[in-house]
Design a protein around this ligand. Structure first.
Ligand code: HEC
Length: 138
């Protein structure tokens, strides 16, 4: 029951943010994708799923590098911004000083959107909510 309420809260939040943002959000995602492609794909691949070779070099499970995941989609955007800004586990590099705050927010929005559809599915969303929710740019 509590778990279900949690999922509903996430859906309501996602639907709400998509409604208020609209076209502006799309622009942000497209800008974010560009930043992603120039800064992140060497390790996370174009799909965001993570490079098995890099995972081996960094000695991490490639699952921990998968950004096209329910786990990342379920994070708060601020949490993702924090990881990009400060790095993670001494492996994911810090982008402080390399990317501006606006760029970090844009790329965070982009990777936040990657697993959003899967998150919706796993939460069993109704169609009407799904339509209003985040669209993914490829
Ligand atoms: C030099 C390789 C490298 C580059 C470049 C890189 N990352 Fe990472 N990233 C990693 C590794 C390795 C991890 C896994 C860290 C861990 O959990 O041990 C990671 C983890 C992450 C996570 C956490 C995922 C999770 O589920 O907790 C996010 C978010 C992330 N990266 C975003 C980005 C973004 C956005 C960029 C580009 C701006 C980027 N990374 C560039 C190596 C990289």
């Amino acid at each position: 029951m509590l778990k279900k309420l949690g999922s509903l809260a996430i859906i309501a939040f996602m639907a709400g943010s998509a409604l208020s943002a609209g076209a502006a959000e799309n622009k942000e995602l497209i800008a974010g994708r560009k930043i992603f492609q120039s800064n992140c794909i060497s390790c996370h691949l174009k799909t965001g799923k993570g490079s098995p070779m890099m995972a081996q070099i960094f000695k991490v499970d490639v699952k921990n590098m998968d950004l096209d995941s329910v786990r990342v989609a379920a994070m708060k955007k601020q949490e993702i911004v924090g990881i990009i800004t400060n790095g993670k586990a001494g492996k994911m590099p810090t982008f402080k000083g390399k990317l501006g705050k606006k760029e970090i927010t844009e790329v965070a929005s982009y990777i936040h959107s990657l697993g959003a559809e899967k998150l919706k599915k796993s939460a069993g969303t109704s169609d009407s909510v799904a339509k209003k929710s985040k669209t993914r740019v490829r």
